[in-house]
Design a protein around this ligand. Structure first.
Ligand code: KDG
Length: 338
């Protein structure tokens, strides 16, 4: 019995040694940790999508990859977190394309006002060849783009006046994301835009530093902006995609199997996030009205006037980005709309 016991102990030690050998090589024995951060709060579908990503990755890697999730800008705003990915001090962030354009300017295309006619068309273009081409450009910035998620169609809120036409934007102090195209487009509409981190926005509206902001209904509702804003309009001026980013140095250090798992998990949890987000956006306008906000309809004619006003800004950016690249996106949208 004693000999059998010793044999068992030796066998167990042998197993361990093999394991730590792999660990030294950085192979499958090593537990890796992903710190994943977003700017929105934990009530938002984006955070629920992130939890789904965590669940899939931890299950499929048998715990070899752990995912720590952070919301509400706990790790910083989109830009700071993206920089952290570049230097390898954070592993995942899911920014809107707007702040991402500060790293790869071509991403501005997706923030052209009134570009995508519907969420379904956006899905086809982003998940197709054209969307992939943009993700490929991230590598030069030490970033890996694993999937597109959805922030959604953005709508304006403010505490000064109802916005029905372009003229109503006049002089309005609006918070925007950190993106030159957004700033120029709102200036073209007559507003007075200022970039600001999401985490500072609620207080800025409460204290009157800004009159309003623009975000999808889900964000307006779930971040409780209705507590400090009176008017909401269906401007639907920009469709904001999210991009699921991973630090390239971290991604390169994964085994091939782990790379496949994180890629598939980003796509699968993205589908789930889009579904939840669309449900929320469909429901949350009614919730905003219920919470006391006044809804103002923007007619197709009024929207057309807004389109005409921002057109010179788009022409300028199309020139900057490269007309062919922009045309490729327009063609893909036309194809996807058939
Ligand atoms: O988690 C995403 C947010 O950081 C941000 O991209 C959301 O649309 C947004 C905004 O207005 O800041």
């Amino acid at each position: 019995i004693l000999i059998a016991f010793l044999v068992l102990i030796l066998a167990a030690c042998g197993g361990d040694n093999e394991g730590s050998g792999e660990k030294e090589k950085g192979g499958e024995g090593e537990v890796k940790t992903i710190r994943a951060g977003i700017g929105l709060n934990d009530a938002h579908p984006q955070y629920k999508g992130l939890l789904k990503f965590k669940e899939i990755v931890e299950e499929k890697t048998n715990g070899q990859i752990k995912v720590e999730t952070y919301h509400s800008g706990q790790l910083g705003d989109d830009r700071t977190m993206t920089e952290a990915l570049q230097i390898g001090s954070q592993e995942v962030v899911i920014p809107s394309t707007a702040p991402l354009a500060n790293f790869v300017p071509e991403f501005s295309i997706f923030d052209f006002p009134f570009l995508f006619p519907s969420e379904e068309v956006a899905d086809k273009v982003l998940d197709g060849e054209v969307g992939q081409k943009f993700l490929d450009q991230l590598e030069s910035q030490n970033l890996v783009g694993l999937a597109y998620w959805e922030n959604g169609f953005r709508d304006v809120t403010n505490s000064k006046r109802a916005i029905a036409t372009a003229a109503d934007f006049k002089g309005l102090k609006l918070r925007t994301m950190e993106n030159e195209l957004h700033l120029e487009a709102f200036r073209a509409l007559g507003a007075n835009p200022t970039p600001m981190a999401l985490a500072e926005l609620f207080t800025a509206m409460q204290q009157g530093t800004v009159d309003g902001q623009e975000n999808p209904y889900a964000t307006i509702y779930l971040q409780k902006f209705y507590e400090v804003q009176d008017h909401v309009s269906n401007t639907h001026h920009i469709y904001s995609p999210f991009v699921f980013l991973m630090s390239k140095s971290f991604y390169d250090g994964l085994t091939e199997e782990q790379q496949t798992i994180v890629k598939e998990a980003a796509l699968e949890s993205g589908k789930y996030e889009r579904e939840l987000n669309r449900e929320a956006n469909n429901q949350n306008l009614a919730d905003l009205e219920e919470a006391g906000m006044t809804f103002t309809e923007v007619t197709p004619e009024a929207r057309q006037e807004m389109i005409d006003l921002v057109q010179p800004v788009l022409d300028k950016y199309a020139e900057k980005i490269g007309k062919e690249k922009v045309q490729e996106v327009y063609d893909a949208i036309e194809e996807a709309s058939k």
